[in-house]
Write a protein that binds this ligand. Structure first.
Ligand code: MV4
Length: 449
């Protein structure tokens, strides 16, 4: 096992990785930006290095400084968490070049899955169902031919995208040319890569993703699915749950089987997620995330598996501890993301005053929040993840509602009330809402206010 791991992240995930490392007897090195000096992840780590000023580009994305911190501290591994450098193939390669084990898949896998059109082509070749659509579009006239072939409405997507940037829905041929130009410009501006492809637009799909684990010996298991359909207009998730509600056993089993086949097809190592859009009885591969995800905790609650521990063990060359038959879902878990955000999900900065987080039977809180924490505008607004586990989905919802009522975060606006409104909502309680649920709820709340 590793002796020392550098955690190339901040916030709740840095705290989470620190904990898993300590449980395995691994010493930890935190990195921090100047405004993060007093952070919980810094306090909890065995040693720490300042890697630059507040702007992420100069600290948490500053590869030379992070590598220097790892080498000076004598770390033998780097855990990237999520966001920042987690899906940067070049960073993974640079770690290896410096004798540091990157806790994640091979750089080539990160690069292949990072290019969405390439990922889709690989999955199609591996017989994974993909949304009908085109390869890279060389021109607007290519787009007209492809759109006519799959039939309107269509979705234009940036191959360097993911998460919704450079994406445009097109309902009629008349709108295709301008949408193409806008999507291309957006992709070029955001990713320095304006290449687009298109797909048949799926109506009211659900976002269902499957957790996988692969080791260096070619063993691959799935750890069930999560429903992450409750998303903000910015495509950020707000509420996630496992297992997915109102999903037939046949489709559930099929998703699990497809995910394992997909992970095997790319020789996947570490924890990864296959994202699907589910529409009726059809499921289509959307993207593969080659990192630990924010919402990994709902899977952990239902399966009793520590996914970060598994990532560390796999990276150290150990075999998967669990066979597929040992992985049995128990009950239901729901996660609410508590962000420092005002109405309409606009970022809220400030200093946390009063902090009282929930707890008790079946409640888990992953957080770096403490009274006096300065919530800066530099980073992701996530303050805490509240996870409620119950024997049934109804029990998990009631437990979450009670936990949210016990959540007090003074000094900044948060998503607590929005999450509570989701828990009360009849459509959410019935289960199986589509991706347009939260934007519609937001509109309804605004109309009644
Ligand atoms: C789609 C789609 C409908 N049809 N693709 C959004 C982010 C990116 N990862 C893919 N996304 C979508 N792709 C086709 N062919 C609808 C979305 C989408 C979405 C997907 C998951 C969760 C929330 C979403 C919100 C809006 C659009």
């Amino acid at each position: 096992m590793f002796k020392k791991v550098l955690i190339a992240n901040r916030g709740e995930i840095a705290v989470r990785v620190n904990r898993a490392a300590h449980e395995l007897g691994i010493a930890t090195v935190a990195i921090f930006s100047e405004p993060d000096r007093a952070s919980l992840h810094v306090r909890n780590a065995d040693e720490s290095f300042c890697v630059g000023p507040g702007a992420a580009a100069r600290s948490y994305l500053n590869i030379p400084n992070i590598i220097s911190a790892a080498l000076i501290s004598g770390a033998d591994a780097v855990h990237p968490g999520y966001g920042f450098l987690a899906e940067n193939a070049r960073f993974a390669e640079i770690c290896a070049d410096h004798g540091l084990c990157f806790v994640g898949p091979a750089p080539e896998t990160i690069a292949q899955m990072g290019d969405k059109a390439t990922a889709k082509a690989i999955m199609r070749d591996a017989k994974v169902p993909t949304t009908p659509g085109s390869d890279i579009l060389a021109s607007v006239s290519d787009a007209f031919v492809a759109a006519r072939a799959v039939g309107y409405p269509v979705m234009l997507k940036a191959t360097a995208g993911g998460g919704g940037k450079g994406m445009r829905a097109v309902n009629v041929p008349d709108d295709l040319e301008s949408a193409f130009m806008v999507a291309q410009a957006e992709a070029e501006a955001n990713f320095k890569d304006g290449r687009l492809y298109l797909e048949k637009l799926l109506e009211q799909p659900r976002h269902i993703e499957v957790q996988v684990l692969g080791d260096t010996f070619g063993n691959v298991v799935h750890v069930g699915e999560r429903d992450c359909s409750v998303q903000k207009p910015s495509h950020q998730k707000l509420v996630e749950e496992a297992p997915a509600p109102v999903l037939g056993d046949a489709l559930r089993t099929k998703l699990h089987r497809i995910a394992v086949a997909a992970a095997r097809a790319v020789g996947y190592r570490s924890a990864g997620t296959l994202e699907f859009l589910v529409s009726g009885d059809d499921a289509f591969f959307m993207e593969m995330n080659t990192r630990i995800q924010v919402e990994h905790s709902v899977t952990e609650m239902v399966y009793g598996v520590d996914l970060v521990r598994e990532q560390l063990r796999i990276a150290a060359g150990e075999k998967l501890e669990l066979a597929q038959r040992d992985l049995v879902a128990r009950g239901h878990a729901i996660e609410c993301r508590i962000n420092a955000e005002g109405a309409d999900f606009t970022p809220a900065a400030g200093t946390l005053g009063d902090v009282a987080l929930p707890g008790g039977f079946g409640v888990r809180v992953d957080s770096h929040a403490y009274a006096g924490l300065v919530v800066s505008p530099f980073y992701d607004a996530l303050l805490a993840k509240i996870i409620a586990h119950g024997r049934t989905r109804d029990e998990a919802i009631e437990r979450m509602s009670a936990a949210l009522a016990d959540t007090h975060l003074g000094g900044v606006k948060t998503t607590v009330a929005t999450c509570a409104a989701v828990m009360r909502d009849e459509r959410f309680r019935a289960g199986g809402v589509a991706i347009d649920f939260l934007p519609a709820l937001g509109t309804a709340a605004a109309a009644s206010a």
